[in-house]
Design a protein around this ligand. Structure first.
Ligand code: PGA
Length: 228
């Protein structure tokens, strides 16, 4: 089971260092944090397993604002998120660019958390499986990639998919790519147990609740108590 904390654009180097120093990951669960680029080095130095929030598909070049897999590896970063819905919504990320990022990261030796998920409109129109099929089918397979099912309507909204909704989507994703699937979208200490207890839920990608040491610790302990 993997619990990943996606800090989004929160925590500069000082706060990242303070968080990692105060946080003791429990045994029996894999835990990573995904700080903003500016705080990656501080989090690595403080001793936790660290992933970036994105990665580019070229080694280097004229790509202002981007960071390559080699640069992340040099810092001691072990993986990267790709295709997060906030990248898709606000920064023009597409299925194709997310897949290119994932393929390059795997090739370079990084682990990948590839995010997929439908919007509220898509779910209401009955298009959830079509959207997931489109997003997942372009992803590379490999030992170091996991998928994160993050229904867009559940991210940062306080609305969580019911365990049944999550279980159904996870099972469907696994028919497309036989890799572990994390759930993401308003995971909190109060709902973590119900979600993580579902058979096809292999961990969580946690946003808001990963910013606080106590709530992130509680989610990690719940995961450790369910399965190792
Ligand atoms: P949230 O974010 O837990 O704050 O909903 C999850 C994510 O965007 O990865």
């Amino acid at each position: 089971m993997l619990i990943a904390g996606n800090w989004k654009m929160f925590k500069g180097p000082r706060e990242a260092e303070a968080f990692v120093s105060a946080f003791q990951p429990p045994s029996g669960v894999d835990v990573v944090v995904c700080p903003p680029y500016a705080s990656l080095a501080a989090a690595v130095a403080a001793g936790l397993s660290v992933y970036a929030q994105n990665v580019h598909w070229e080694r280097e070049g004229a790509f202002t604002g981007e960071v390559s897999a080699e640069m992340l590896l040099e810092l001691g970063v072990r993986g990267a998120i790709v295709g997060h819905s906030e990248r898709r919504q606000h920064f023009g990320e597409t299925d194709e660019t997310a897949a290119r990022r994932a393929a390059r990261a795997l090739e370079a030796g990084l682990a990948v958390i590839a995010c997929v998920g439908e919007t509220e409109d898509e779910r209401e129109r009955g298009e959830t499986e079509d959207v997931l099929a489109r997003q997942v089918s372009v992803l590379p397979n490999g030992e170091r990639i996991v998928v994160a099912y993050e229904p867009v309507w559940a991210i940062g909204t306080g609305k969580t998919a019911t365990p049944d909704v999550a279980a159904e989507a996870h099972a469907f994703v696994k028919t497309l790519l036989d890799r572990p699937v994390l759930y993401g979208g308003s995971v909190k200490p109060e709902n973590a147990e119900d979600l993580l207890a579902q058979p096809d839920v292999d961990g969580a990608l946690v946003g808001g609740a990963s910013l606080d040491v106590d709530s992130f610790s509680a989610i990690c302990r719940t995961a450790a108590s369910i399965r190792s």
